[in-house]
Design a protein around this ligand. Structure first.
Ligand code: ATP
Ligand code: MG
Ligand code: MG
Length: 383
């Protein structure tokens, strides 16, 4: 066995928790920086955890003292603290990658240099109605006004349908650094998980993602009715985009498939990603297994990233009542081939990701048929 490396993880939410599940199976100690009793800490009993936030430099320093390599389950971390500790401990992916990626506008400016196709966009400098109106003239309507930073689950996006929406859009995103994006008329949203290792850039099959209210609801692996050529092109585009950044580990790449079958990057994340949860049941190595292996330079046989069986992942999201997600979970118990993952986050709030369910089957049609009753239950519980 190797020399028991210790992995430090910034953030102990559901992604950190699933990383711990993978680390545990390899006897690798994962030290979590987050609040006590965070989902990841609940399944990891040792005294190496740090209490605090990934936004506090002191807490990040403290974590670094006890680890061989530091990684993050979220991109909204203090990259200045990461820059400082990088002289003493390995940080994967690099703090430079996380810093560029956590600002969606800087991420796109960077990727533009590598010829990655994406929606035309403009930076706002003053956040005034006049400035946005001028941008609207250039990009046309509708356009998507976006916060450059701290964006997730669509919180940070505002669809501007016409000039009349401008005051409301600026009010909704006030005090945030902004840019605006030309509307992407996509027929489908695709995503690819990319694994960057010390000498390779690997990818999982292309999946189809369905967002509802800008939150990921369903993931179909592989993407339905998408020819293999597009599946391969999407993987190639995702690998090319991730190659533009330094460091090892999993990266989630979101894309739009346009009417003419061309692909456009939506955004990428420097971490394990909701669009890759299906890999836990759908592949020999999950995105979490691969991330742990990549940051520790352990072998990843590329064949282990291939799809074993068609898979569908459904997010269990906090609904109208505090126990909606538990009712949905109860319904999942009776679905054949359904793997249930609850995150043990405590109280549900509308829109909060509380768990997910993955169904695998011999064919996509069969998987769709099996999961449909659960989709119906989830739909009736929407907030
Ligand atoms: P995430 O939770 O994935 O980090 P986010 O808050 O960073 O989300 P985006 O991924 O930029 O937000 O956008 C969320 C969703 O909004 C996209 O998945 C897509 O459905 C829609 N969207 C984003 N940009 C555009 C666009 N330019 N044109 C049309 N729809 C868009
Ligand atoms: Mg995002
Ligand atoms: Mg997104």
């Amino acid at each position: 066995m190797w020399n028991s490396p210790k992995v430090g993880i910034l953030g102990g939410g559901q992604l950190g928790r699933m990383l711990v599940e993978s680390a545990n199976r390899l006897n690798i100690q994962a030290n979590i920086l987050d609040a006590d009793n965070s989902p990841a800490k609940q399944i990891s009993a040792h005294d190496g955890h740090v209490t605090g936030s990934f936004k506090e430099p002191d807490a990040v320093r403290k974590l670094a003292e006890t680890c061989d390599v530091i990684t993050a389950e979220i991109e909204h971390v203090d990259t200045y603290a990461l820059e400082e500790i990088a002289s003493k401990v390995r940080v994967e992916p690099s703090w430079q990658a996380i810093r560029t990626i956590q600002n969606k506008f800087n991420q796109k400016e960077h990727l533009r240099k590598y010829g990655i196709p994406m929606a035309d966009h403009r930076e706002l400098v003053n956040n005034t109605p006049e400035e946005l109106a001028q941008i609207g003239e250039q990009l046309g309507y509708p356009m998507m006004l976006k916060s450059k930073t701290m964006a997730y689950d669509g919180r940070g996006n505002f669809r501007v349908n016409s000039k009349e929406d401008i005051p409301e859009a600026l009010e909704a995103l006030k005090d945030r650094p902004l840019y605006s994006e030309k509307w992407a008329y996509f027929k489908m949203e695709l995503a690819v998980m990319v694994i960057k290792t010390k000498d390779d850039v690997l990818s999982y099959p292309t999946v189809e993602t369905v967002q509802e209210d800008s939150i990921c609801k369903l993931v179909y692996a592989p993407a339905r009715n998408v020819p293999d050529a597009i599946n391969q092109q999407a993987q190639a585009l995702a690998r090319k985009a991730v190659s533009a950044f330094e460091g090892k580990g999993a990266f989630g790449v979101e894309m739009f498939l346009l009417e003419d079958n061309s692909l456009m990057l939506c955004e990428l994340a420097s971490r394990i990603h909701n669009s890759g949860h299906w890999t836990i049941e759908g592949c020999a190595l999950s995105q979490f297994d691969s991330h742990i292996r990549a940051i520790l330079d352990l072998p990843i046989p590329p064949k282990s990233l291939e799809l074993l069986q068609p898979s569908i992942m459904l997010n269990i999201i906090g609904g109208a009542t505090p126990d909606s997600h538990l009712k949905a979970t109860q319904a999942a118990l009776s679905i054949p081939n359904a793997s249930i993952h609850l995150y043990s986050k405590g109280a549900a709030k509308p829109g909060r990701k509380m768990g997910h369910v993955t169904v695998t089957a011999a064919t996509m049609h069969e998987a769709e048929t099996m999961i449909q009753p659960l989709v119906d239950v989830v739909d009736t519980m929407r907030a």
